[in-house]
Design a protein around this ligand. Structure first.
Ligand code: NAP
Ligand code: MG
Length: 484
């Protein structure tokens, strides 16, 4: 029997009055992961109402007490880590090791923001009159809508929900339709940790329907979204009308420069990890490698060998180094871009096939793919593919490489592989990206460091993670008290 999952509204798992949909394992489409609700408009409105009712009580609960709930949630996640990781792999496809890392990171994120319950505060300022106390204090926004993508189905929701909760907000959470099971688990954990009824609500269903009702509901005071540029900009147009606080983190087309002096083994390791890790389905994935002509041949040969050596297979199977694409549609997009690249005149040196080796026919597999002879203006070098497809672009020298790296609409992550201090510093200073790495993969950022993009990768309104996360979820109130 296929298990049926529900929305979580006002502290109860409520069966939908609408339709349901199936999620299947992307590594084996014969396996149904679960049946999930397509929340109706009334159900979304009920979730917002529950959040609105619960928020004042939670918002006035002392920060350290709110923190205790988050600490308990972190403990529960660690206790259930193996089960949560296996379910994450079953619905999203990434390897078990990748899932486990993501699940444990969520526990760490909860711990970090639990601590904010004792730290976040305002400032005391000199008053202009005697016997007067002048200070600032942080107030929650109220009810916040959190809309997330499928590629980090527990880490991204956690790095939004944890700061929202510690700041005293109530949450209505709309996860991606491709990864609702992990969202159900996260909400189970928060409920078990003792979060009062109505403080967290989960509505699963169609992005355009559920998402649109949420972002246009007058009781919603803030929206935090991660996903594609197209959907993000559509949300911004809606929330701007009511001038509610909005945070959008969107796509990337992230470059890694291989300088002439680079350690090529290291460069290949960084590109392989950043480009094929998580099946290339990371917003910070390396998708453009800009390599100095002097070492291009040698580098490309080694990268090609590394790509061909990667073992593609089901994430739950031991030894698999790269799982499938998340869905049929994503796999088709990947294959379509591989065709576009060939038609544009780029040279395919690794992958390109559907990646379905022996026994992989029932999954959405794509082989790790490398193109060389890519020109910076080709579509495969300009558009986000969100799959395991790497474009290698040759540059004449460092200045040329900088130009190519920056000539793009996105600005999320960027890296350079070099031991030349001057180049490293120039790169860090000049590149238009929110996350800059030297001799590290474009992917990955410590959870206490600010995260967010430049250009079309972000609304640029607030950073996620670190201290900036609490800034997004709070309003500063200035208080002046004179006693006579
Ligand atoms: P997406 O298609 O934009 O969807 C993101 C979320 O928005 C999903 O929950 C989706 O629901 C929902 N949604 C869709 N249409 C909506 C609408 N009209 N109103 C409100 N919500 C709506 O993105 P995705 O395919 O899940 O994820 C891939 C994208 O996320 C890539 O572009 C990637 O770069 C980006 N990403 C960015 C970051 C970052 O931090 N910068 C991190 C990870 C991923 P449904 O699933 O039901 O459609
Ligand atoms: Mg999508």
């Amino acid at each position: 029997m296929t298990q049926q999952f529900h929305n979580f509204i006002g502290g109860e798992w409520v069966p939908t009055s609408g339709d349901t949909f199936e999620v299947r394992n992307p590594a084996d489409t014969d396996e149904v992961v679960g049946l999930f609700p397509l929340a109706t408009e009334d159900e979304v409105r009920a979730a917002v109402a529950a959040a609105e009712e619960a928020q004042p009580g939670w918002g006035t609960t002392p920060g350290p007490v709110r923190g205790e709930v988050l600490y308990r949630a972190a403990e529960i996640i660690r206790r259930r880590a193996d089960e949560l990781a296996a379910d994450l792999t079953r619905e999203e496809g990434k390897t078990l090791a990748e899932s486990k890392g993501e699940v444990l990171r969520s526990a760490d994120i909860l711990d970090y923001f639990a601590g904010e319950g004792r730290r976040m505060g305002g400032e005391t300022l000199p008053a202009e009159t005697r016997n007067t106390l002048l200070f600032t204090t942080r107030m929650p926004l109220g009810v916040v809508a959190i809309i997330t993508p499928w590629n980090f189905p527990i880490a991204i929701p956690t790095w939004k929900i944890a700061p929202a909760l510690i700041s005293g907000n109530a949450v209505v959470f709309k996860p991606a339709s491709q990864s609702p099971l992990t969202a159900v688990h996260l909400v189970e954990v928060l409920a078990e940790a003792g979060l009062p009824k109505g403080v967290i609500n989960l509505v699963i269903g169609s992005g355009s329907k559920v998402g649109n009702v949420l972002v246009t509901d007058e009781r919603v005071d803030g929206v935090s979204f991660t996903g594609s540029y197209e959907v993000g900009t559509g949300i911004y147009l809606q929330t701007a009308k009511r001038m509610i606080r909005t945070q959008l983190e969107m796509g990337g087309k992230n470059p890694l420069i291989v300088a002439a002096d680079a350690d090529l083994d290291k460069a290949v390791a960084l590109v392989t990890r950043g480009g094929f890790g998580l099946t290339g389905q990371a917003c910070t994935a390396t998708s453009r490698v800009v390599v100095d002509r002097a070492v291009a041949r040698e580098f490309t040969d080694r990268l090609t060998a590394a790509a061909r050596a990667l073992k593609v297979g089901p994430g739950l199977q031991q030894g698999s180094q790269m799982g499938p694409a998340v869905s049929k549609g994503q796999r088709e997009t990947d294959l379509e871009y591989i065709e576009i690249g060939q038609n544009e005149g780029a040279r395919l040196v690794a992958g390109g096939s559907n990646g379905a080796g022996d026994g992989l026919g029932k999954g959405h597999f794509v082989a790790p793919t490398v193109f060389t002879d890519v020109r910076p203006d080709m579509r495969i070098a300009q558009e986000e593919i969100f799959g395991p497809v790497i474009s290698v672009i040759e540059a004449g020298d460092f200045e040329d490489a900088m130009q190519i790296a920056d000539n793009i609409g996105f600005g999320l992550a960027a890296s350079i592989c070099t031991n030349d201090l001057r180049k490293a510093l120039q790169f860090a200073e000049r590149i238009e990206a929110g996350l800059v790495k030297v001799n590290q993969p474009t992917t990955g950022v410590p959870l206490h460091a600010p995260f967010g993009g430049f250009k079309h990768s972000s609304s640029g309104t607030f950073k996620e993670q670190g201290k900036g996360a609490v800034d997004f979820y709070t309003r500063i109130k200035t208080v002046s008290i004179e006693v006579s």
